[in-house]
Design a binder for this molecule. Structure first.
Ligand code: SER
Length: 357
């Protein structure tokens, strides 16, 4: 399956179930000042999750470009990316846990053809503020998941949001793909970083708003916010073990190989992956309609740090950093049809990166 087939399959699945498709918003969250970047599909929807009426109705779906830097040190492993595409569906005060999990299960097993036994899910175990999500657990069981496929975790793992200091949040049920590796120990589970379990989807049941004083108030409308990682699903569906072996990274990895060969240099695989992953991220940030450029503050500072990281790796390899432009063009050409803003902003790359940034 190609990335485009996956995007279309996801959106059509939800359109057929009454969802309105909305466009991917900017990487700069216009509706959520609590975060620097759009880190999930829900950011552009914050006013609607808080009760404002959305012109598209109560059921929405999209593929949203996202940037997350909290896992930056993991980049270079098989699955973590700073830029990624998140496929999502939302219920704004419409369906809740039963229908949400039911649609997810249908999509996972009947459309992505993931065998039941390769699924693992997590549910909120409850704490002094909010009780355990027994309902979600029972729904999963009703679809045939065995007890050893359902893991209960606390607020650290099974509570989503708010993304900033305040905003909509609630318990979630995360869906993992079991890579069929042996367990790394008796406590091995989805929260473990050994690579046996790869998170592919998260269904958040947004019931609360976190206020500035730290308290949680019940939202007037109960929402569902889900996010599925396109890169990871594409990897799994195509029987690959890492995102770099998918069509999304093959062209840029090949171009980097060619550059290295031409220059007679060899660099560690992890460095290659970081260069390519960060190049994709900075290309999308620079290519955003909001015109972000490197600076000392906020989004511009993150962008600058990512570019510096790439340049450092080029320098370590003793290669001219101007090759970054060549790699960036591969991304623009590859993604240009889906994200025309990349082509529109292409002139940003027409200079060189020799000046100090
Ligand atoms: N907001 C949730 C997440 O990012 C679901 O998309 O995991």
């Amino acid at each position: 399956m190609t990335a485009n087939e996956l995007r279309t399959m996801y959106v059509n699945f939800f359109k057929e179930r009454g969802h309105k498709e909305i466009a991917s918003a900017s990487l700069l969250p216009e509706n959520d000042p609590t975060v620097l970047f759009t880190t999930a599909g829900m950011h552009p929807l914050v006013p609607y999750l808080l009760g404002e009426k959305h012109p598209g109705g109560k059921r929405l779906t999209d593929v949203q470009k996202c940037v997350r830097t909290e896992d930056i040190d993991e980049v270079g492993d098989d699955t973590h990316c700073t830029f990624f595409e998140m496929m999502g569906n939302w219920s704004l005060g419409d369906y809740f846990k039963q229908e949400s999990i039911s649609m997810s299960f249908d999509f996972l097993t009947n459309y992505l053809h993931i065998p039941l036994e390769r699924l693992a899910v997590t549910v909120f175990e409850g704490d002094e503020l909010v009780s355990a999500d027994v309902e979600a657990e029972e729904i999963w069981k009703s679809f045939g998941l065995k007890s050893d496929q359902i893991f209960r975790y606390g607020r650290d793992n099974n509570w989503w949001g708010p993304a900033g200091q305040t905003g909509p949040c609630g318990p979630d049920t995360e869906i993992f793909y079991d890579m069929d590796k042996p367990k790394c120990g008796p406590n091995c589970g989805p929260s473990c970083k050994c690579g046996k379990y790869v998170e592919i989807w998260n269904n958040v049941f947004m019931q609360f708003n976190k206020e500035a004083d730290g308290t949680f108030t019940e939202l007037k409308q109960k929402n569902v916010d889900t996010g599925m990682g396109l890169e990871r699903v594409l990897t799994i569906f195509n029987g690959k073990t890492n995102v770099y072996d998918t069509e999304l990274f093959i062209p840029i990895m090949q171009t980097l190989e060619e550059i290295l060969e031409k220059e007679g240099k060899a660099i560690p695989e992890r460095d290659k992956r970081i260069i390519c992953e960060h190049t994709r991220a900075i290309t999308f940030i620079l290519g955003d309609p909001m015109k972000i450029s490197p600076s000392n503050t906020e989004q511009g500072y993150i962008l600058r740090r990512l570019i510096r990281r790439i340049i450092r790796l080029f320098k370590k390899a003793d290669i001219n950093a101007n090759y970054l432009c060549e790699l960036s063009v591969v991304i623009i050409e590859q993604y240009g049809l889906v994200y025309p803003e990349l082509e529109e902003n292409r002139r940003v790359y027409s200079g060189t990166v020799t000046k100090r940034i």
